[in-house]
Design a protein around this ligand. Structure first.
Ligand code: FE2
Ligand code: FE2
Length: 382
């Protein structure tokens, strides 16, 4: 998957804030035109956190993931979750100040020319004007406004797209196909929304896990959703499986054993000697019992993410490899090779990863689960 460009060494960086609810070709077109005109190293898309002037918007993670999907095939586009992670209202000045601390690059703040007319309403507007270069782009329908840059008109807005979805009107060609798949698979903006409470589950996961493990989990979600979009796997199932895969990871050894007893999970002697590996099976139990997940494919993907199994589905392969290559993983020798391979071929990526894991365990004199060995043999022969 794409990694963040070398932000520190960049000379010119575009900053594109927005609700991206959903992100569409209007945003992407503006970013590309500005990047070309000002020879920017890259454009950073920053989905807004909690804006001071708007009350409701779609769950943060949906807007973030849609923006990631939209930017995946442009090496000059990157997405930042900095506003989503900051508590309280989002003000542009705070974002720009933070970016200035992280880079010496010149920042090009991309803004609608009509927004500039309301500059005096912005927090610390004077300082904001001095901190970065402003690129005012004119949106269609605002011919009276002078702008730095004329963008070939794409009269698209998030509001119009949401209305079209609600009325069951076509949205194809208004936004990337990858984003449309996300909207469809997760039933966003529709009259009958998804009955899965993504925000509620995500909040529970955040409470259950340490900050570090939760960050890993969000990395697995992002990787799984990106790869699912490439390999035509259901994005909703990818999201939920990734979100819950390590839910039980941080229970202690004793707690895990007690939970197995409570859930009446049979333990063989291997599991008794290797209690840590049980967290996949326990997480699947929690998915079922605490969050009402009944989809067998999701439950299997969570349950088997540590070892794989004979006959593992594409979703199971997706979660196993996403866990291994998510963006916050510390470097290991085949990490980049796995990231490239997982885009081309999920099965080959899993084979390479499982071979290396089994080899590593054997070299360390550790016990290897026969389920994993059988899963590898099955992947190699299928
Ligand atoms: Fe895990
Ligand atoms: Fe994990």
């Amino acid at each position: 998957m794409k990694k963040m460009g070398d932000f520190r060494n960049a000379k010119r960086v575009g900053v594109m804030g927005g609700a991206f609810d959903p992100v569409h070709h209007g945003h992407l077109n503006v970013a590309e035109c500005v990047r070309h005109e000002f020879q920017l190293d890259f454009v950073l898309f920053i989905p807004t956190g909690q804006p001071s002037h708007k009350v409701t918007q779609t769950f943060n993670e949906h807007r973030y993931l849609m923006t990631v999907l939209a930017c995946n095939n442009n090496p000059h586009f990157h997405v930042s979750r900095m506003e989503l992670e900051r508590p309280g209202f989002s003000y542009t000045i705070d974002t720009i100040r933070l970016l200035k601390e992280q880079t010496t690059a010149e920042l090009y703040f991309i803004v609608g020319a009509d927004e500039m007319l309301k500059l005096d309403e912005w927090k610390d507007a004077k300082e904001l004007v001095n901190l970065c270069k402003w690129v005012a782009v004119r949106r269609p329908g605002h011919a009276e406004i002078r702008s730095h840059l004329e963008i070939p008109g794409l009269d698209i807005s998030g509001t119009a797209i949401r209305e079209r979805i609600e009325k069951n009107q076509p949205i194809r060609y208004l936004l990337p196909d990858t984003v449309i798949k996300y909207v469809n698979d997760l039933k966003l903006y529709q009259n009958c929304p998804n009955d899965c409470d993504f925000e509620g589950i995500q909040n529970s996961v955040a409470k259950r896990l340490s900050a570090e493990k939760f960050k890993h989990t969000l990395g697995v979600v992002e990787t799984a959703v990106s790869l699912a979009s490439i390999h035509n796997i259901d994005l909703c199932k990818a999201y939920i499986s990734a979100l819950l895969h390590d839910y039980a990871k941080e229970f202690t050894h004793e707690e895990k054993l007690a939970l197995c007893k409570q859930f009446e999970m049979p333990l063989n002697s291997f599991y008794e000697r290797n209690v840590g590996i049980l967290h996949g099976k326990l997480s699947a139990e929690f998915a079922k019992r605490e969050f009402g997940i009944t989809d067998i494919e999701i439950l299997r993907a969570i349950s088997n993410h540590t070892t794989g199994r004979i006959g593992m589905t594409d979703l199971e392969q997706l979660i196993l490899i996403s866990d291994a290559i998510e963006p916050y993983r510390e470097h290991y020798d085949i990490l980049e090779e796995l990231r490239t391979l997982s885009v081309a071929n999920l099965r080959q990526a899993n084979i390479l990863f499982m071979r290396s894991q089994i080899k590593m365990l054997k070299e360390a004199g550790r016990e290897v689960d026969s389920t994993g060995i059988d899963a590898l043999k099955w992947l190699e022969s299928s």
